[in-house]
Design a protein around this ligand. Structure first.
Ligand code: 6R9
Length: 572
């Protein structure tokens, strides 16, 4: 393999002028960064790890890892060796070949990252699963993908119905003192014994890389397949949107079971040769602030639900930490409430940059950039090289300020390749005009900023007015008593639908009729009379996905006594 040294980052790839770049950008420029431009073949794991180990980044820290028990760090050279060892383990013991599915079901730990990248080096398609999945969820995914290899822990093994999964040939257990027998192997032991040299499986750009299962409102979860070519967009957005530069210390809080935890927890930061912080264990405000402080995190990517929890923990604890290293904060997964942006300005003195994308898009699509003004509440503008629009149900583009389907012109580099075993489902995403239809409802303003309104299914029609649940929820969380809010439309004989809000209160507030009335008035005065919830119900917690999304369809199903659909992605 003819290795090309990486260019020193001189800001060449960081976004300086959005409009100019948008006008002139061509993906072929970014594609030249990768080996296939010279050899025709590529492997993402090589581009993310090995190539750096062959340059001045060899002894740079690639991974800072921390949880309650472990604190470790690994250079790019060490990552190269460990991922080579993992690749050898898969190849020699499990005979993994290109295209085989290797699934990983375990909590975050360095071994998870060695396994995931090692499997990619063998040409396998990797499938990361949330550690919290129960047996049914694990079975559905391993069955549908026909995975032949699983990496898990002894603690999680009882949730894997091994006897019912005929394709599953090898199980690697991560931990200490593990008995090896038949198809069960001790991963750490095998890793230690394996060679640190490995002949990478060079693949085509459009060969399979990763399967992420996502839940829809109906049916079983679907396996969204991404290919190695996605790296072009991971890389480019890591520059433009994450704004990663040589000296950065980056922390993405997402688990690899969620697409954010791979595209931007693994691929984006390492394709750009960035020092990446990975933290295992549970969410605690103090320990999050301590992580930012102790590692000197400069770029931080998290989600609205986490920011709202930090906000709920109060401003005083922020002051106990030195967060002066922070320079760039981003959010994804749910609409970012303007109140949260204002809070971020107050406590961090930084704007939180919202980014919109989906499992299916594979990488960021509509974003706020360091070089662009932020309009709090807006998701920002499409990345250069990608066209986004609001279209009607026939695929016609709508003018500014009209609410409609958020759609993307087919053909961006990280677009899903297919839905596993379900080509019909894949095709159902597209509309005439080569539009990929996201299922989100939004509008664009006259300056080209996009404003999220809700999932198309969640948009409320009340007395002839279209109301996006997000607007109402954002107003609700501005009220000092409200920690979180989920808003649904409830069928009503007179108004078509009425707005019902489910609210979790902040500590120290009591649910009572006076508060209900006060909150209703607050929305009425702050937004519009028709947007004020006619019904408000208090709950200790709102139903959420493991990636922190409020599950409005579940609220609605509970309210109307309807089937809830697939709940495998729901938090306990
Ligand atoms: C990356 C990811 C996708 C759905 C998407 C939308 C919601 C994501 C958002 C956002 C408003 C944002 N979503 N980012 N909504 N503003 N910045 O989240 O992928 O788990 O597949 O979810 O999440 O509804 O359609 P995924």
């Amino acid at each position: 393999m003819n290795v090309k040294a990486l260019p020193v980052v001189e800001g060449k790839f960081n976004l300086k002028n959005y409009d100019e770049t948008y006008k002139g950008f061509d993906w072929s420029e970014a594609e030249k960064e990768f080996s296939w431009s010279e050899t025709g073949k590529v492997n993402l794991a090589y581009e993310a790890i090995d190539r750096h180990a062959e340059t001045y980044r060899k002894n740079k820290i690639a991974l800072y890892y921390k949880d309650d028990k472990r604190k470790e760090k690994y250079t790019f050279k060490e990552m190269k060796d460990y991922t080579n060892q993992a690749a050898n383990v898969f190849k020699d013991i499990a005979h993994v070949e290109k295209g085989d599915r290797v699934f990983i079901f375990m909590p975050r730990s360095p071994e998870l990252y060695f396994a995931l990248l090692g499997a990619i080096k063998t040409g396998a398609v990797v499938g990361p699963l949330f550690e919290a999945f129960m047996e049914g969820a694990v079975r559905d995914r391993l069955e549908d993908s026909e995975a032949s290899v699983l990496v898990t822990t002894p603690e999680l093994l009882p949730r894997v119905p091994v006897d019912e999964l005929p394709h599953l040939k090898h199980i690697f257990l991560v931990g200490e003192n593990i008995k090896e027998e038949g198809k069960y192997h001790h991963f750490n032991k095998k890793l230690k014994e394996a060679d640190t040299k490995f002949d990478i499986e060079w693949v085509d750009r459009n060969d399979g890389l990763i399967l992420h299962y996502t839940s829809g409102s109906t049916g079983k979860p679907k396996g969204v397949l991404h290919v190695h070519n996605a790296m072009v967009q991971h890389y480019q957005t890591a520059r433009w949107v994450l704004d990663l530069q040589e000296e950065d210390v980056y922390w993405c809080t997402a688990d690899p079971g969620w697409v954010t935890g791979t595209s931007y927890g693994i691929f984006g930061p390492w394709l750009t040769g960035t020092s990446n912080v990975i933290v295992g264990g549970r969410f605690k405000p103090e320990s999050w602030y301590k992580t930012l402080q102790d590692f000197g995190v400069t770029v931080w990517y998290s989600a609205p639900t986490a920011f709202r929890m930090l906000m709920g923990a109060g401003d005083e604890i922020v002051k106990r930490f030195d967060l002066s290293s922070l320079r760039h904060i981003l959010s994804v997964g749910e609409p970012l409430n303007p109140e949260v942006v204002r809070w971020g300005m107050k406590v961090f003195n930084h704007r939180i940059h919202d980014t919109w994308w989906m499992t299916e898009t594979g990488a960021q699509v509509i974003c706020n950039y360091p070089c662009l003004e932020i309009k709090p509440g807006s998701m920002g503008k499409p990345i250069p090289g990608v066209k986004a629009a609001i279209v009607d149900d026939q695929g016609n583009e709508l003018p500014p300020h009209r609410m409609g389907n958020l759609a993307i012109k087919k053909g961006w580099p990280s677009m899903m390749k297919t839905v596993w075993n379900n080509q019909a489902k894949y095709e159902s995403y597209f509309m005439p005009g080569d539009w990929y239809v996201s299922g989100d409802s939004a509008y664009m303003d006259e300056e080209g900023y996009f404003w999220f309104q809700g999932r198309v299914d969640d948009v409320i029609m009340t007395a002839g007015e279209r109301v996006g649940p997000f607007e109402v929820e954002s107003k609700l969380v501005e009220h000092p008593a409200v920690a979180e809010a989920g808003v649904i439309g409830k069928p009503d004989p007179v108004r078509g639908e009425i707005i019902k809000a489910f609210i979790a209160l902040r500590d120290g507030y009591d649910a009572n009729d006076a508060l209900i009335e006060e909150i209703r008035q607050f929305v009425k005065n702050g937004l519009a009379a028709h947007a004020a919830p006619r019904e408000i119900e208090f709950r200790d917690k709102l139903p959420k996905t493991r990636s922190g999304k409020i599950m409005r369809r579940v609220l609605k199903a509970w309210e109307l006594d309807l089937p809830t659909g697939d709940l495998s992605s729901m938090e306990d």
